[in-house]
Design a protein around this ligand. Structure first.
Ligand SMILES: Nc1ncnc2c1ncn2[C@@H]1O[C@H](COP(=O)(O)OP(=O)(O)OP(=O)(O)O)[C@@H](O)[C@H]1O
Ligand SMILES: [Mg+2]
Length: 490
């Protein structure tokens, strides 16, 4: 054991200055005054209902924690791997409990150990939430309030931080891992956890009630079109149509609101890309998990504290045109890079894809127009629209419905222009028909009866035409519940 086991007041001076490599100072790690779930709950009930510890438990925890911090050499601890560090803490804490004559059940002692290890080594009260695979988002609104999203529903948890300082230190620890800093002078920061989860921090004075930390948990099990079908987000026919859209190199825009499943859908769609293609991805925070062997992943960079060194999405998209891409995938189009993406799609990089925040396929196109106009391109609106028509083949709309389920609500193609207006044609739409007793929405995906989509020739070229025709025909034959009925058309 390496713990110094002394009461030397100089111990604190040896604490690491940078939270990136080592745990933050003891004061920042004061134990939480609120209950901490220790392991992932078996059921998805609101965490609020989980066991609460007694005040006595927290008093003991504070005592043991302070004794631990006085005893242990944190710089040495930081050199160990996490399993060895946990073992070390476990030994010292057991010793402290004995020396201080603390009466605790074995189970309580285990929980205490787990809590303390999380505080010293990990992300404190966040650890149990990070360990759960069923959580999509973790939203910390200041030290006292944490929400999570499970199964499409947002729920409040009992997770609390000791104070805003502890929360801020954890935020700092997270962002420093990707070489960034968050404090009053630079209060907004995007980062990534080592497991790939996407993180945003906004700190006071911008967030009024304490630091806000939002984590989009990285899904270890990459969702596939097959799974989306099993979840009811798409029908088997829609799955086939999406597979064909990807395979025949349609240029695709995936549109949807926040957390509607755009990135997931994009990820699934990239699964249809051949393994011999050179794919370049451009993202603000790398989330995509492409499975092909020839992928180059690019990520934007925010400006440094002096306001220099920013690399924008536009820079990345422009640069990737010089990298001989066969497909360009843009995680999220939000600004003038829309222009470069459209140009790329128009000039031989067909099969490119991107996502965009918007509530309908029609709105997605006007958002594209605005992005191009706001980017300072002085093009007549008709030219921009012609460019959109010449570039994008299909818009796929994703939505999170009010019952928490996520659906593909439209597969829509861009067919041309009538005067100044872009014409759209829905191939498949999701219709809500009712609601069951549990508040779950009832609906079905319905084909609009189009037998020959505008990308029919492409489908023929790739020998996917008969599969496409069959899927479109089968999609028409749905009963009121969206289940296929009868035999296929002859
Ligand atoms: N069809 C689906 N069924 C169940 N869960 C889904 C489905 N699609 C996405 N999810 C889950 O929903 C969460 C949000 O998905 P995703 O990150 O794809 O959304 P997004 O629209 O890209 O969000 P943002 O706007 O924040 O970028 C993820 O946890 C993802 O696993
Ligand atoms: Mg996304």
């Amino acid at each position: 054991m390496f713990g110094r086991r002394t009461n030397d007041p100089g111990a604190q001076r040896r604490l690491p200055a940078s939270p990136s490599a080592t745990p933050p100072p003891a004061a920042a790690l004061a134990p939480q005054s609120a209950p901490q779930p220790v392991s992932a709950p078996a059921r998805h009930e609101p965490v609020e209902q989980q066991r609460h510890h007694s005040e006595e438990y927290y008093d003991v925890k504070t005592t043991v924690f302070n004794a631990l911090i006085d005893t242990i050499d944190l710089t040495q601890l930081a050199k160990l791997d996490s399993a060895a560090a946990r073992e070390e803490i476990r030994d010292i804490v057991s010793e402290i409990i004995q020396v201080k004559n603390v009466v605790m059940s074995i189970a309580e002692q285990e929980e205490l150990l787990e809590d303390i290890c999380n505080d010293v080594l990990g992300y404190g009260p966040l650890e149990p939430l990070l360990a759960r695979d069923d959580i999509a988002d973790i939203m910390v609104n200041g030290a006292a309030t944490t929400f999570i999203e499970v199964n499409g529903k947002t729920q409040k948890t009992g997770v609390r931080f000791a104070d805003n300082q502890q929360l801020m230190n954890i935020c700092q620890r997270i962002v420093s891992q990707v070489g960034r800093r968050v404090d009053e002078s630079s209060p907004i920061c995007d980062a990534r956890l080592p497991d790939g989860s996407r993180v945003n921090v906004i700190a006071p004075p911008l967030s009024i009630d304490g630091p806000c930390l939002t984590i989009r948990k990285f899904k270890k099990d990459r969702l596939t079109l097959e799974q989306l079908m099993r979840f009811g987000a798409i029908t088997p026919q829609a799955k086939t149509i999406l597979e064909i859209i990807g395979r025949v190199r349609c240029n695709v825009l995936i549109s949807g609101g926040t957390g509607s499943g755009k990135t997931t859908l994009l990820n699934c769609l990239t699964g249809t890309i051949d393994h011999d293609e050179r794919i370049i991805t451009c993202e603000d925070s790398a989330e995509l998990q492409l499975q092909q062997p020839h992928v180059v992943r690019l990520e934007t960079r925010p400006p440094n504290l002096e306001g220099e060194g920013e690399i924008t999405m536009r820079d990345l998209v422009k640069n990737c045109l010089r990298m001989r891409p066969e497909r360009i995938i843009v995680g999220e189009v939000r600004g003038p890079e829309a222009f470069d993406l459209l140009q790329a799609m128009n000039t031989g990089h067909d099969g490119s894809m991107g996502t965009l925040h918007s509530n309908s396929p029609r709105e997605a196109l006007s958002r594209l127009e605005s992005m191009i106009m706001m980017g300072g391109f002085t093009l007549p609106i008709k030219t921009i629209r012609e460019m959109i028509v010449g570039s994008i083949d299909v818009v796929i709309q994703a939505a999170r419905l009010r019952d928490g389920s996520r659906k593909v609500t439209h597969i829509t193609e861009i067919t041309g222009m009538e005067g100044d207006i872009i014409t759209l044609q829905n191939l498949l739409v999701y219709e809500i028909t009712g609601e069951d007793a549990n508040g779950k929405l009832i609906g079905h995906h319905r084909s609009t009866g189009i037998a020959r989509p505008a990308f029919w020739e492409r489908a023929q070229y790739y020998k996917e035409d008969s599969r496409l025709a069959a899927a479109l025909a089968a999609a028409e034959l749905l009963d009121g519940n969206g289940n296929p009925i009868g035999e296929k058309h002859g």
